[in-house]
Design a protein around this ligand. Structure first.
Ligand SMILES: N[C@@H](CCC(=O)N[C@@H](CS)C(=O)NCC(=O)O)C(=O)O
Length: 198
C-alpha cells in the first residue's frame, strides 16, 4: 500500500509537491480533485484543509497542508535538505521563505492584473516594478552557480525554480541571463517533466 497520498489539482501549488516526490522517487498516490465540480469544497476535503485548497498530503501520521511545509518535511534526511543546524539548512529556509514572501504573491498579482478584461497598464507597471528587486536578488545569487545552496539541487531550487519558471512564462526574465539559464536547468530535470506530464 502507498503510504503517501497527494490531493492534487494540475497547474497549482500542488505541482511543486508532486515534483518533490518525483525528485525523491518516493511512492505516492495522486488523488485528483476537480474544483469545477466542487470537489475541493466537500466536507471531506474541508476536514483535510481548512481553506478548501490544494495541496494536501496525507501521511501515515496525519494530513498536512501548506506546500512548502510538505516539501521541507518530505526532504528531511535526503540530499535535497542539508543537515539540521547547518548554515546550508539556514540558506534553504532563507530562499524558500524569500520565494513565498517576496515573489509568489507578486507573481500572482501580476498574472491576475494581466488577465483582467480591462487590464490597467499603471497597476501592471507598479507590480512589475515591485517584482524587479526580488528577481534581481535571485539573478545575483545565481551568478556563477548552478543551484542556490551548495553544489546540488535542494528544496530552495524546487521552490525558487518553480517561481522563476512562472516568472519566465510571464516574460519577466528578459534582462536576467542567470535566471534564464537556471530556468532551463530546472525545466530539463526529468522529475520536473514527470510532475508536469499530465
Ligand atoms: N499557501 C498555500 C496556498 C494554497 C492555494 O492557494 N491553493 C490554491 C491553488 S494554487 C487552491 O487550492 N485554490 C482553491 C481551488 O482551486 O479550489 C500552499 O502553498 O499550499
Amino acid at each position: 500500500m502507498t503510504a503517501l497520498t497527494l490531493y492534487y489539482v494540475p497547474k497549482t501549488r500542488a505541482t511543486r509537491v508532486r515534483w518533490l516526490l518525483e525528485e525523491l522517487g518516493a511512492p505516492y498516490r495522486l488523488a485528483r480533485l476537480d474544483p469545477s465540480k466542487g470537489e475541493t469544497k466537500t466536507d471531506e476535503h474541508t476536514r483535510r484543509h481548512p481553506l478548501q485548497d490544494v495541496p494536501v498530503l496525507q501521511t501515515p501520521s496525519g494530513a498536512l497542508f501548506e506546500s512548502c511545509a510538505m516539501c521541507l518535511h518530505l526532504a528531511a534526511g535526503t540530499p535535497l535538505l542539508p543537515p539540521d543546524g547547518s548554515y546550508e539548512r539556514g540558506l534553504v529556509y532563507q530562499w524558500v521563505l524569500f520565494g513565498v514572501s517576496e515573489l509568489e504573491g507578486l507573481l500572482g498579482r501580476l498574472a491576475g492584473e494581466r488577465k483582467k478584461a480591462a487590464a490597467d497598464p499603471k497597476r501592471i507597471e507598479a507590480v512589475m516594478l515591485k517584482l524587479a528587486q526580488p528577481l534581481a536578488a535571485l539573478e545575483q545569487a545565481l551568478a556563477g552557480r548552478e543551484w542556490l545552496v551548495g553544489e546540488g539541487f535542494t528544496v530552495a531550487d524546487l521552490l525558487c525554480g518553480a517561481l522563476l519558471v512562472w516568472a519566465n512564462r510571464l516574460e519577466l526574465l528578459g534582462e536576467l541571463p542567470n535566471a534564464r539559464a537556471y530556468v532551463a536547468r530546472v525545466e530539463s530535470r526529468p522529475a520536473f517533466r514527470r510532475a508536469l506530464a499530465d
